[in-house]
Unconditional design. Structure first.
Length: 296
């Protein structure tokens, strides 16, 4: 069987130890069905040199969780992998720029709809108060431009004691957006693409009405949809056309704005969960996409 590398979290970071082994098992089973063996290796073992990766015909960074906690090392690693021509899929250059959510502003310049966003190099009470005034919103979402799994992501309401609320605010660059109620009432929709083709669609909702985060660690509920909602697929395809990279996989996360229009929340091109537990048959499609990439 062909052996490929799968990048996994830093062993010194216990944050995801209860989650990532299960994701690895699902990926390994999907690849095994296509005659491919997954060899896990921590991404942090390959920061200064790509030597340990170049022997593989393909490297999948699909569980490189936690890179946002040491973004400097991540950027160093991406540069080393690019210089060495390591067989990353998705390409190391993509792994670099996609790690900072300011890419959303560049996609917006190309005509991709995103929520109204204020970009700031820091967060404090003055910045948030100015955002309330500029947007007229009653609630804002504040999140780091370099993040993962809703890390240091806050929902702030007008009238909150900001000095108290912002104790867990992002450190460094941040993005501030009006809160989209549709994320709670209708959910966020993820469209999964393998080899440029739509594989499956999953709707994600918070576990209860008081929660706005849809990640499983916060009680998020995931359900596979039979088809993409009207308009969501068009936005996802427009996003991929604007990116115009040779992508093995992509997860495009979209949500409805207050006017019912679809907006791009994220284009996850580094280490997206494919939600194979919600759509187990999609594992075979991913395995075939990897096999086709190896056969190039």
């Amino acid at each position: 069987m062909t052996e490929v590398a799968v990048l996994t979290p830093d062993p010194a970071d216990p944050s995801y130890i209860a989650l990532w082994p299960g994701v690895l098992d699902r990926l390994s089973n999907a690849l095994a069905g296509a005659g491919i063996t997954a060899r896990p290796t921590p991404w942090t073992d390959h920061v200064e040199s790509a030597h340990g990766l170049t022997a593989f015909p393909l490297v999948l960074p699909l569980i490189a969780w936690g890179y946002h906690r040491d973004h400097e090392s991540w950027m160093q690693a991406c540069a080393a992998w690019t210089e060495a021509g390591a067989p990353l899929a998705n390409p190391a250059e993509v792994l670099s720029w996609n790690s900072d959510k300011r890419y959303l502003a560049r996609l917006a310049e190309k005509g991709v709809a995103i929520p109204p966003t204020i970009w700031s190099d820091h967060v404090d009470a003055g910045v948030v108060e100015a955002a309330f005034a500029a947007t007229g919103a009653r609630q804002l979402v504040v999140k780091p431009t370099v993040s993962g799994g809703a890390w240091r992501t806050l929902r702030v309401s007008a009238g909150d004691r900001l000095e108290e609320v912002l104790t867990e605010a992002p450190v460094g660059g941040a993005m501030i957006q009006p809160f989209l109620p549709g994320v709670v009432t209708e959910g966020e929709t993820s469209l999964l693409f393998f080899g440029g083709e739509l594989s499956h669609v999953v709707n994600k909702r918070p576990g209860h009405a008081e929660e706005f985060r849809i990640q499983v660690q916060y009680g998020g509920r995931y359900q596979r949809l039979d088809r993409a909602p009207e308009g969501a697929l068009a936005l996802a395809e427009r996003t991929l056309a604007a990116i115009d990279e040779d992508l093995l996989y992509a997860r495009i996360d979209v949500a409805p704005d207050p006017d019912g229009n679809w907006v791009l929340m994220e284009a996850e091109l580094i280490e997206p969960d494919f939600y194979l537990d919600a759509a187990p048959e999609a594992g075979a499609r991913f395995g075939r996409a990897v096999a086709e990439r190896l056969a190039r």
